[in-house]
Ligand binder design. Structure first.
Ligand code: AMP
Length: 447
C-alpha cells in the first residue's frame, strides 16, 4: 500500500488535473451519416443481422441473451463487425442508441486470457458517474468471461485504493480499466497504471474529452504510454468537424461514421415542449407539472450547483421527495446518489450538466430543463436522458425572460433562452411547440 505522504502528494497533484466541470459547457457542432431505423415506439433495432451473426464468443452471446438484447441497433450493426477485427473506429450515434455496447462487446470479445496480468483495455470518460456506469456495463457482459477483471478509477476518492488494486499480485488486478482523465494520469505518472501492453484504447463522449486543451493534454499523456499498435475507438452523439480532425490524429485509417444531417440526431420517441416562464414563476410551474404529469422518473436540469441545492430543498419542502447531483458534492455521495436513482429509490433528481451526458437511467421518461441549456448540443444531450433506446419520453424546457447567469464558470451565456431554442429547432429540424395544458399520457409513457 502507498504511504500517506505519497497519497497526499498524488492527491495534491491531482487537484491540478482535470475531470469534467459542469459549469463550462461546450460549443460542439452536431453532425451525421445514417438514420436509425424507425418502428413505433422502439425504432432502433435493425433486423438485418442478429447478435449471433457477429460470431462473438459464446460467453458473450449468453450474456447478451441474459441482458435481453434481441437485435443490434444501427450503430452496433455498423461498428461491431469492424471493431472485433481490430479496426480503429470513430462513430457518432444518436443519444441512447447503444454505443457503449459496441466497445464493451468488441473489447471483451478480443480480450486475451493471458497468464500474466496486464491492462489490455483502457477506457476514458469525462465524468466519474459515467465511468462507474461503464464499469457496470462491462461487468454485466463479462458475466461468463471469468478472466475479465474490470476496475474503475476516478478522482475525489483516496488514490491508495486504486494503487492497491494495481499492485502486482493483487487478486483484483484488472485487464480492463475505466477511468476519468485526472485520476488516470495521476496513476500513470506514478507508474501504478502501466499501459505498455495495452491493446484497446477507448474514448467515450470523445468530443468532451478532446475539446478543451487541458483535458485533451491529460488524455494524450495517458495515450502515449500505450503501444503504437493498439486499437483506438471513439464515440459520441456530437462530433464537431474540428474535433473529428483532432480525434483522427490518435487513429490509423479509422472506420468513420458520422451523422452529418443534424435533424437525424432528433429522438423521435420524445415529445418536446417549451414554456415561457419568468424566473419567479418557475417553482410554481414545476410543482404543478410534477403534480399533473405521470412519470416513472424525472431529471430536472438547472444551470449551477447553488440552484441545484436550492431547488432540491424547495421540492423536498413542498412534499416532492427528491435527490440531487452536482459537482461540489462529496464523490462517494455522488456515486451513491447515481446508484440509488438508477435503482429507482427516488423518482425525482435535480441535476447540473454533470448528469447531462451519457448517463443511462432506463426509467427516466421525463426531462425538465428548469434552466434552459446554454447551447443546442447541451440541449440535445440533456433531453436524451429520457427516451433511452427508442422508448417514449417527454422533454419540457422553461424559457426565462431575463439574462441567464451561471454558465461558463459563473459567467453569462451569450444566448438568451429563446435564441438557444430557435437554434435547437433550426439545427435539429424539430418543431418544439408551446407546452399545452394537457398532454396525453400515452404520448410519453410506455403502455
Ligand atoms: P447507450 O447508448 O450505450 O447508453 O445505451 C442506451 C441503452 O440501450 C442502455 O440501457 C443499453 O443497455 C440499451 N441497449 C443498447 N443496445 C441494445 C440492444 N441492442 N437491445 C436492447 N437494448 C440495448
Amino acid at each position: 500500500m502507498a504511504d500517506n505522504k505519497d497519497e497526499k502528494k498524488v492527491d495534491e497533484a491531482e487537484e491540478e488535473l482535470v475531470d469534467f466541470e459542469e459549469d463550462g459547457e461546450n460549443q460542439e457542432v452536431a453532425a451525421e451519416k445514417k438514420e436509425g431505423a424507425k418502428a413505433g415506439t422502439t425504432y432502433v433495432a435493425v433486423n438485418i443481422a442478429g447478435f449471433r451473426d457477429f460470431l462473438l464468443k459464446p460467453e458473450l452471446n449468453r450474456a447478451i441473451t441474459d441482458n435481453g438484447f434481441e437485435h443490434p441497433s444501427e450503430v452496433q450493426h455498423q461498428c461491431i463487425p469492424q471493431a472485433i477485427l481490430g479496426q480503429d473506429i470513430i462513430a457518432q450515434a444518436k443519444s441512447g442508441m447503444g454505443k457503449t455496447a459496441v466497445f464493451v462487446l468488441s473489447t471483451l470479445h478480443q480480450l486475451e486470457d493471458a497468464d500474466e496480468k496486464f491492462v489490455q483495455c483502457m477506457v476514458m470518460v469525462h465524468t466519474r458517474e459515467l465511468a462507474f456506469q461503464i464499469k457496470r456495463e462491462y461487468v454485466r457482459f463479462a458475466k461468463y468471461i471469468t478472466f475479465a477483471k474490470i476496475a474503475v478509477f476516478y478522482g475525489g476518492i483516496n488514490i491508495g485504493r486504486d494503487k492497491e488494486i494495481l499492485r502486482r499480485g493483487s487478486d483484483d488486478f484488472p485487464n480492463i480499466v475505466v477511468a476519468t482523465p485526472g485520476r488516470a494520469l495521476a496513476l500513470t505518472r506514478d507508474g501504478d497504471l502501466q499501459l505498455n501492453r495495452c491493446k484497446f484504447f477507448v474514448l467515450d463522449e470523445a468530443d468532451r474529452l478532446l475539446e478543451k486543451l487541458d483535458m485533451r493534454k491529460d488524455v494524450q499523456e495517458v495515450f502515449v504510454t500505450c503501444p503504437a499498435s493498439k486499437q483506438v475507438m471513439m464515440f459520441s452523439a456530437t462530433l464537431p468537424k474540428d474535433i473529428r480532425e483532432t480525434a483522427k490524429k490518435f487513429m490509423k485509417d479509422p472506420l468513420e461514421i458520422y451523422v452529418d444531417s443534424q435533424s437525424k440526431l432528433t429522438l423521435h420517441g420524445l415529445q418536446q415542449y417549451s414554456s415561457d416562464v419568468d424566473e419567479h414563476k418557475k417553482n410554481r410551474k414545476l410543482t404543478d407539472l410534477l403534480d399533473s404529469l405521470e412519470f416513472n422518473q424525472v431529471v430536472i436540469f438547472v444551470r449551477s450547483r447553488d440552484r441545484c441545492e436550492q431547488l432540491h430543498w424547495l421540492l423536498t419542502d413542498c412534499g416532492f421527495p427528491c435527490t440531487m447531483i452536482h459537482g461540489s458534492m462529496d464523490q462517494e455521495e455522488r456515486i451513491k446518489t447515481y446508484q440509488s436513482f438508477k435503482d429507482f429509490k427516488s423518482r425525482i433528481c435535480v441535476a447540473t450538466d454533470l448528469f447531462g451526458r451519457g448517463i443511462d437511467i432506463e426509467r427516466v421518461n421525463i426531462v425538465i430543463q428548469y434552466d434552459m441549456a446554454p447551447d443546442p448540443d447541451t440541449y440535445l444531450h440533456r433531453v436524451g436522458r429520457a427516451g433511452r433506446f427508442g422508448t417514449k419520453g417527454l422533454a419540457i424546457c422553461f424559457l426565462g425572460g431575463e439574462r441567464r447567469g451561471g454558465y461558463g464558470g459563473g459567467g453569462f451565456s451569450d444566448l438568451s433562452d429563446k435564441e438557444v431554442m430557435r437554434q435547437v429547432q433550426d439545427r435539429f429540424e424539430v418543431e418544439i411547440k408551446p407546452l399545452p395544458d394537457k398532454i396525453s399520457v400515452d404520448s410519453y409513457m410506455q403502455s
